[in-house]
Design a protein around this ligand. Structure first.
Ligand code: FHN
Length: 414
């Protein structure tokens, strides 16, 4: 059984990840050298010396960053239920006012802005759950932080933890009101005891804050999959897929490999059908603009999510035989099975319906549908829902099959 403080997370299904830091200024290129890999790793990939990289802080002055507008869109247009923002990524630069080190966006940059505060205020205003990413082990700026490619990396890791990581965690957990989620990442070189100390610190300051699956040593409050990885089968308990819209997290001007809105809708439903949450990323540019491609995709996906809210939020995973169809994905809630129709169809056929069917309707407008039921073989119910002619050319809508309240129609494995 899971703690009810995590209920919001179970029900959320869809959240916004935001990777933003000094790497946005480089956007995949440093002194004429390009990287088409994930842009927030440019310091590491191109071996930029710490002192050189630090100079970027003096250029960071994003005039167009509008936390209120991003959060409003995420909530109202994109249908997302939570936001996770990189308060400090592996580069080591804090996007908030920190007394621990002046290497932060308020003290080191001409903008003098606390972006964690701006986003926290907006999230609290729009009633959006607010989460913070904090790279607890990898810190390429601190001599004792973890950096895979550095000789003598994390020699005195405990000093880094005690003098930078923990004080900064204390800051982000005490300066901005409720923090619903602490998103730890890449727990390299961290021991079980050190992980426990970080978790204890988080819980002592914000007892309701839940912790991502990458705290280290399998000690988070839920499971985080690999980046962009969707399991074939569900995991036990709560889980989340962090994912990109193109192939980078931080802004990379050379990455144009945008996924299509239809693909994102399918991926969201595929994850939801297995009981997981989709944490989908945007990477604003150095001026604070969210790439227009991201906005276009998220607007289109958001339309689906909002029209079919009943079939997404608070849903549970479905039984195995409802997993993978070319034309549909499935979710369920109470005694309702939702068929998300992703390709044009004449009718919707579903097998293995255990209970008596009460009615079938189109989720977005409540329109009742004709259906026939039958049995393929003993214990194997079959339903055929006729789609009205005007629906037969359409795709991307959900049909609800509502059943008598007898057998639960989803599998509960917790
Ligand atoms: O190294 C990071 C990467 O930059 C990004 O933040 C992702 C998001 O899940 N996490 C790590 C790689 O898994």
């Amino acid at each position: 059984m899971y703690d009810t403080k995590q209920q919001w997370f179970k029900d959320a299904k869809y959240g916004l990840f935001m990777h933003w830091g000094l790497y946005a200024l480089l956007a995949g290129e440093y002194k004429g050298e390009k990287t088409d890999r994930i842009a927030e790793w440019i310091m590491n990939y191109l071996n930029i010396p710490v002192e050189e990289y630090r100079k970027l802080a003096k250029e960071f002055n994003p005039q167009n960053f509008d936390a209120d507008e991003i959060v409003r869109r995420a909530k109202e247009d994109w249908g997302m239920k939570y936001l996770v923002f990189t308060s400090k990524h592996h580069e080591g630069f804090a996007m908030f006012k920190s007394e621990t080190t002046p290497y932060n966006s308020v003290d080191a940059s001409p903008c003098h802005r606390d972006f964690v505060k701006e986003l926290a205020d907006a999230c609290h205003k729009y009633d959006m759950k607010f989460g913070l990413y904090y790279s607890q082990a990898q810190d390429w700026d601190d001599p004792d932080g973890f950096m895979q490619t550095k000789e003598n990396s994390h020699k005195n890791f405990q000093r880094y933890l005690d003098e930078k990581c923990k004080p900064q965690l204390r800051e982000i957990l005490t300066q901005y009101g409720e923090i619903a989620l602490l998103w730890f990442d890449t727990p390299m070189g961290i021991t079980k005891q050190q992980t426990q100390e970080l978790i204890d610190l988080v819980k002592s300051l914000q007892p309701n804050c839940i912790i991502s699956g990458r705290a280290g040593n399998h000690m988070g409050d839920y499971m985080t999959t690999g980046d962009n990885f969707i399991p074939r089968l569900p995991y036990e308990g709560d889980w989340e897929v962090p994912a990109t819209l193109n192939d980078t997290w931080g802004f990379n001007k050379y990455d144009h490999n945008w996924k299509k809105a239809d693909d994102i809708i399918r991926l969201l439903l595929k994850i939801n059908s297995r009981g997981g949450n989709y944490l989908l990323n945007i990477g604003p540019d150095a001026d604070g603009n969210v790439p227009k491609e991201s906005i276009e995709i998220l607007n289109e996906v958001g339309k689906y999510v909002k029209e079919n809210a009943e079939a997404i939020y608070g849903t549970k995973r479905v039984a195995l035989y409802h997993y993978e169809l070319e034309w549909a994905q499935f979710t369920s809630k109470d005694y309702k099975l939702f068929v998300h129709v992703l390709q044009p169809r004449m009718r919707v056929e579903v097998i293995n319906i255990a209970n008596q069917v009460k009615r079938a309707y189109i989720v977005r407008d409540g329109r009742e549908l004709e259906f026939t039921v039958g049995k393929v073989c003993e214990g194997d119910g079959y339903i055929e829902v006729e789609l009205p002619e005007d629906m037969q050319e359409q795709k991307n809508y959900a049909v609800c099959i509502e059943m008598e309240e007898k057998e639960p129609i989803f599998e509960e494995i917790q």
